[in-house]
Each structure stands twice: as C-alpha cells, then as structure tokens.
Design a binder for this molecule. Structure first.
Ligand SMILES: NC(=O)c1ccc[n+]([C@@H]2O[C@H](COP(=O)([O-])OP(=O)(O)OC[C@H]3O[C@@H](n4cnc5c(N)ncnc54)[C@H](OP(=O)(O)O)[C@@H]3O)[C@@H](O)[C@H]2O)c1
Length: 312
C-alpha cells in the first residue's frame, strides 16, 4: 500500500486533506500522514484518522506521495530545499504541489527533484474553501505522465470535480492557474464596484446580489456574498477564506509574466492597487474581495459595512 503525506493545513489544505483522508479510510488504505507549521490546525484531520508527524522531513521520509498546499513560492522553495538536504533518499517519490506559485518556481523545484530521481507534479486548484470542503475543486495537473496517472485517482471525485490535463510540463498547469486568477481578481473587482453602485444609488445590495447570482453564475454570486455577509473583512481572530496577500501574490505573478510577454492587464493592475490599498488601511486579516472596502471609501462610504468587522 502506498503511504501518502500532506503538508499545509490552511483554509484550503485542511479541507482538501480531510477529503483525502476520508477517501483513504473508505478504501481501507494507509491513513494520511500530515504535518503543518501550526500543528493544532491538524486536530480535525486527526479526529478522522489522519496521523501527525513532527515535521516535513519526517513526512517525506515516510511517504511515497507528498502533497503540499502552502501560501507562496518561498514556503514551497523552503520545503523542497529541506527535502533535498534531508539526507533521505527521494528516489521514486512524487511531490504534488497544489499551491498557486509562479511557473519559474515550479520549473526549479521539478528540476532539482528530478536530479534526485523524484517527480514533481503541479496541481493547483480553482475554487474557494466551501468548494474545497465539498470536494468539488477544479484542478489543473501537469507533470510526468507516470506520476500524474498515480495522482489523478487521489484527486478526481475525492478533492475535485474536474482535472484539467496540462501535459508533461508542470509549468503549464501553474501558468493556467495564474491565468485563471486574472479572471478571478477582475470578477471580484467588478462585483465590488456593482455592489457599491447598488448601495449608493438606493437600488440596494439584495436585488443586486440576486441578479449577480442568477445572471452571472454561482462564482460571481459567491463573491457578492463575501461582501454582503462581511466576509471581506472578517473578525481579527479568524483566517480569511482567501487572504488578500495571497491574491496580491497571484496578481503579481500574472503581471510579471504579462510584462515579460508584452501583455497589458489594466483591469488586474487596478484591482491589485485596490487590494493593496485595502491591506494598507485594514491590515492582513482581509479576504481577497476586500478591494470592496477601498471601492466603498472611494465613493464616500466607510471601509466597513454593517456585517464586516469594524476595527483596524
Ligand atoms: N483560499 C482560496 O480560496 C484559494 C483558492 C485557490 C488557490 N489558493 C492558493 O492555495 C494556497 C493555499 O491557500 P490557503 O487559502 O489555504 O492559505 P492559508 O490559509 O494562508 O494557509 C497557508 C498554509 O501555508 C502554511 N505556511 C504559511 N507560511 C508558512 C511558513 N513560513 N512556513 C511554513 N508553512 C507556512 C500555513 O501554515 P499555518 O497553518 O501554520 O499558518 C498553512 O498551512 C495559496 O497558494 C493560495 O494562493 C487559495
């Protein structure tokens, strides 16, 4: 039986790992090994049979397939360097990263692991925490076929509803994720603008939300709910659904690549500026949809609405 390991139990990672562990338990397979910087986050996973190990190198030593779901490129680079320097053999292991990182990060991780006869699969995801909880994420997958064929049954109908194949080059799935986030961030900006317009003109955010959900689909409707429920600025002791700094990172990756390839992304640039202004004003504990707070301020309203937190 194949031992599988999981690193990263944030807003997305915990929900995904829970679904994977339930699947493994249903198949009477070996329980998922897990670890995380903040070990207490693993309690729900432990309660359904996940087994905690102390650190990433222990996870790598004991697992054949190692999933990672972390905030950004630097965290992933540190994990890969740690595995490479651990002294454990990495031969025939498969590293599967589900985070959103730059294709250059994927490329260097894949090359360094290949030197040690290990495979790297890039499998970033589309969809937020509630979709991760339901096991209905969309995955993009890229990497050596021998590795992706092993990994896909752990994703399809376990953590995801659809796996988009991007071929043997793992940078392509990472590129698709970066490209997809151009749409995500622009859509959040558009929904935020429409909701400020609805409030200021007296139309009201309720009918606007109904229209957004009906006419523009559940994803846009979900973004509207993040505003009207106040989730764009959650309580200071909570973890945002999709942290604003993660979305700023994603926008920066897209803009860096756009510059490299001579592409103009004016909408994304505007939205990134509004997210940065939100973070400058209200700090880190904000959702990616918090450009709404900036848009509110630009239209003479308070950053906060009646359902959001109201403190800096
Ligand atoms: N949230 C979404 O809606 C969404 C959707 C699609 C893709 N993504 C992408 O998926 C990835 C994870 O997102 P998320 O929302 O789950 O993020 P998150 O809630 O911030 O969790 C990040 C994870 O990375 C770990 N981490 C952060 N800094 C670390 C460090 N310096 N050393 C070691 N571990 C560290 C965190 O550990 P702790 O638990 O100890 O903090 C946690 O396990 C990101 O790349 C994001 O862009 C997110």
């Amino acid at each position: 039986m194949t031992q599988i390991g999981w690193y990263g139990l944030g807003s997305m990672g915990l929900a995904m790992a829970n679904n994977l562990q339930r699947h493994l338990a249903g198949k009477k397979a070996l329980s998922l090994l897990y670890t995380n910087r903040t070990m207490a986050r693993g309690q729900p996973l432990q309660s359904i049979g996940g087994i905690a190990v102390p650190g990433f190198n222990d996870l790598v030593a004991h697992s054949k397939i190692i999933f990672t779901m972390v905030s950004n490129d630097m965290v992933l680079q540190n994990l890969v360097s740690s595995a490479l320097g651990s002294g454990h053999t990495l031969k025939d292991k498969i590293f599967v990263d589900c985070s959103t990182v730059h294709p250059d990060t994927v490329s260097s991780a894949a090359a360094a692991l290949k030197d040690q006869n290990a495979a790297f699969v890039s499998a970033p995801v589309f969809g937020g925490n509630p979709i991760a909880v339901d096991g209905k994420l969309v995955f993009a997958i890229g990497g050596p076929k021998s590795a992706t064929e092993v990994v896909k049954p752990l994703i399809q109908d376990v953590m995801g509803r659809r796996v988009i194949e991007c071929g043997e080059d793992p940078t392509k799935s990472s590129l698709l994720k970066i490209a997809g986030n151009i749409v995500t961030v622009n859509m959040m900006e558009a929904v935020g603008e429409a909701q400020v317009f609805a409030e200021k003109t007296g139309l009201g955010t309720g009918p606007m939300e109904e229209l957004i959900g009906e006419a523009f689909g559940p994803v846009a409707g979900g973004y509207s709910k993040r505003l009207t429920t106040g989730a764009y600025a959650p309580p200071l002791d909570s973890r945002p659904g999709f942290g604003v700094s993660l979305a700023i990172k994603d926008a920066k990756h897209a803009m860096d690549m756009a510059q490299e390839f001579g592409v103009n992304l004016p909408g994304l640039e505007l939205a990134r500026g509004n997210m940065e202004a939100a973070r400058d004003y209200a700090g880190e504990c904000l959702d990616s949809s918090s450009m709404y707070g900036t848009l509110r301020q630009q239209s003479g309203l308070e950053f906060w609405n009646e359902k959001s937190r109201k403190e800096l």
